[in-house]
Design a protein around this ligand. Structure first.
Ligand code: 6R9
Length: 676
């Protein structure tokens, strides 16, 4: 995410509400709406009245959630201190312990035997942890970390695959007040080192490795490489034995998890930490500049995490089985795997591997096996499954599914409808269909927002394909023009948040000024999210992609997302990515990269057909000047298309730093295909 507020303003100087809206007004009109069934609405845990209640007094609403959803060691007397913006304090004089809230209190309340985590490894090995067992593991890990000299406020770097020890490590840190900094297991040794240095981490928790597509994949060597050069702050490395591969060992520094944690005492008392005590740092990689260490604290973050998880997924913790496919290396894996589900006493599935290992039906097989009722995943995964074909999920019984979530990027209406019809309406492996398919909740939020901000409530909102729809109760979202004035419905603009919210970032680690500059200086007294958005005539929010992804062609603003959506709505297109390439005459031109479905590959007229299709769907101005047919698209490991690299191709430059790509060979494949 590029965050330079100056660089993202439209190139032509053609500003103001009217002009920003012109092009966007013509974009996709979505009129389908799917109201909740009477039965779903009646059983819904959250009712429509919460919007009005929160609108009347948002801090009071959040104070009620904080007390209702969390247990406090010391109750708070002040809800929000916003006397020194943009530095918020929520529930400032309260004290609580995140791990106690996620674990001990459930055991004390008689839920110790409820399954907290079902784990399925990529090779098919399984484990499960009840709340009582998970509590014991976390207590042991807390004792082990303390005995290695980790104290309250110290930072712990976590470089782990998607295994239960990742959740145990995060909660053990939270329990003792240590601040975790997870570095995604796919990042390089250099990236790991720069994050260790920035946070001055004392301990690293890692694994020998993991499995990827049936093969062992190493992690420990990257930690060793990261710590080769002197001058770091790390005293110990705790290593989970996961894939049994040989690893190098530094005596005195390295310890096996089984020795350190396995040998630790199972008694550990959770003390209360201040509500504003730092809980974690999570680095977000920018398209430019150093990664930013986004800082989150305890009380407000947990309040909004728990509330949104309950409300947006309509969580019934006694009966639901919840599965969020995100890796713990991303914010979704923090808020909606490590914290919210456990705070809410839910049963969740954690899966280590990829969706196509050992076969393309693995996810659906897992849903059938564990009777998953709430699935939370990303549009890129949905589109990949679309590419593989609907007959694959059709072979499994997905009738347990009750709610479907989406996060990470705009979900185009085509993928939304597929998700609904193929996954949400599946009532058995013989093609049976539900009369009342599972509602889809498209959830907009960011690492910085900490928790969901815009999403339908499945028992309340009539859902609409492609729109994240409604700011959640207690969240003040607006769309503004260049001058920070609200734009009318139908006009595109910048997404802002007008009031502080409990899970908001508290800063960038070690860089107050950058926090102010990045998020609070573009508009006066508003948080600048960096996304383009519009309200439609119903007042529903449509996300239009990062504002750095908004193109400007001959003074018309065009959204990459909406052109991609138009392309993908053509039956010949499996996936599409659109970039604006610099053009002397028009400012930018639209360049599209498309992956075709099998049958279309030999169609000589496909480029003309697709240009005309976009012209028809959106308007002639949006027709891509160039359409390049490619075999793959470059994506980060969290599934975001790296448009920066495609822009390099489109503008005829050497491709820049591609080190965060999930698959390094993709740019090579694209180059080869363009030579043909
Ligand atoms: C949670 C997460 C944040 C950026 C955000 C936006 C995009 C996330 C979205 C969405 C449209 C959604 N984004 N959810 N765009 N609709 N439902 O993904 O955090 O990795 O920090 O990314 O992702 O552009 O600004 P993060």
């Amino acid at each position: 995410m590029s965050q330079d507020p100056i660089a993202v303003s439209p190139a032509t100087g053609n500003t103001g509400a009217g002009s920003t809206g012109d092009a966007l007004e013509n974009l996709l009109q979505e009129n389908r709406k799917f109201p909740p069934s009477a039965g779903f609405a009646a059983d819904s845990v959250v009712k429509a009245s919460e919007y009005a209640e929160a609108a009347a007094d948002a801090p009071a609403f959040w104070a009620k959630q904080a007390r209702g959803l969390l247990s406090w060691h010391k109750d708070f007397t002040e809800t929000l201190d916003w006397s020194n913006p943009p530095f918020a304090k929520w529930f400032g004089d309260g004290q609580l312990n995140a791990a106690y809230n996620a674990l001990d209190r459930h055991v004390e309340n008689g839920l110790g035997e409820r399954v907290a985590i079902y784990f399925e490894g990529e090779p098919g090995d399984t484990r499960s942890y009840t709340y009582a067992q998970l509590t014991e593991e976390v207590k042991k890990a807390a004792n082990a970390f303390e005995s290695l000299g980790v104290a309250k406020g110290d930072r712990v770097a976590v470089y782990l695959p998607m295994i239960p020890e990742a959740v145990i490590t995060l909660l053990a840190c939270a329990r003792i007040g240590a601040v975790h900094s997870v570095v995604f297991g796919g990042f390089s040794a250099d990236a790991l080192r720069s994050r260790i240095d920035d946070a001055e981490a004392k301990l690293v928790v890692t694994a020998d490795g993991t499995y990827r597509r049936g093969k062992p994949s190493a992690l420990k060597p990257a930690v060793d490489a990261a710590l080769t050069a002197p001058g770091h702050t790390v005293g110990h490395v705790v290593v989970v034995k996961r894939n049994g591969e040989n690893v190098d060992w530094t005596e005195g520094r390295d310890l096996w998890w089984d020795d350190a944690v396995g040998g630790a005492a199972a008694e550990h008392t959770a003390v209360g930490h201040d509500a504003e005590h730092p809980l974690f740092i999570l680095y977000t990689s920018g398209t430019t500049g150093r990664p930013k260490g986004i800082l989150h604290t305890t009380g407000g973050y947990l309040t909004q995490a728990a509330y949104t998880h309950k409300a947006v997924f309509d969580l019934h913790p006694e009966t639901d089985v919840y599965w969020c496919t995100a890796d713990v290396g991303w914010v979704t894996g923090h808020t909606y795997v490590a914290y919210a589900p456990l705070i809410n006493g839910a049963t969740q599935l954690i899966y280590e591997g990829t969706p196509d290992s050992p076969h393309q039906g693995r996810w659906w097989e897992l849903i059938e096996k564990y009777k998953v009722s709430i699935l939370y995943t990303a549009p890129t995964a949905i589109r990949t499954c679309m590419k593989w074909g609907r007959e694959i999920p059709g072979r499994y019984d997905l009738s347990s599914i009750r709610v479907l979530g989406s996060v990470g990027e705009p979900i185009n209406p085509e993928a939304w409808m597929w998700y609904r019809d193929v996954i949400g309406a599946n009532a058995g492996k013989n093609g049976e269909k539900k009369d009342d398919p599972a509602p889809i909740v498209d959830t907009w939020w960011q690492t910085e927002t900490g928790a969901q901000m815009i999403a339908p409530l499945p028992g309340v909102t009539a859902t609409k394909p492609g729109s994240a729809q409604t700011p959640l109760p207690g969240i003040a979202v607006d769309v503004v023009d260049e001058m920070g004035e609200s734009v009318p419905n139908g006009s595109g603009g910048y997404l802002v948040i007008r009031e502080p919210w409990p899970a908001m970032l508290r800063g960038i680690w070690g860089d107050e000024q950058r926090y102010k500059d990045t998020y609070w200086s573009r508009f006066d007294s508003m948080y600048f999210a960096g996304d383009g958005a519009k309200f439609d005539d119903d007042g529903d929010v449509w996300l239009l992609g990062r504002v750095d992804d908004v193109m400007n062609v001959s003074g018309h603003r065009l959204s990459t997302t909406e052109i991609e959506s138009a392309l993908v709505s053509h039956p010949s297109v499996a996936e599409a990515a659109v970039v604006g390439a610099a053009d002397e005459t028009t400012g930018q031109t639209v360049v599209a990269f498309v992956i075709l479905r099998g049958s279309a590959v030999d169609d000589a007229d496909i480029v003309t057909t697709l240009r005309n299709h976009v012209g028809k769907e959106i308007g002639p101005i949006a027709k891509p000047k160039t359409i390049l047919v490619v075999p793959e698209l470059p994506k980060t490991r969290s599934g975001k298309i790296m448009r920066r690299l495609l822009k390099d191709v489109a503008e005829g430059r050497d491709v820049g730093d591609a080190s965060t790509l999930a698959d390094n060979s993709v740019m090579q494949q694209i180059a080869e295909s363009l030579k043909k």
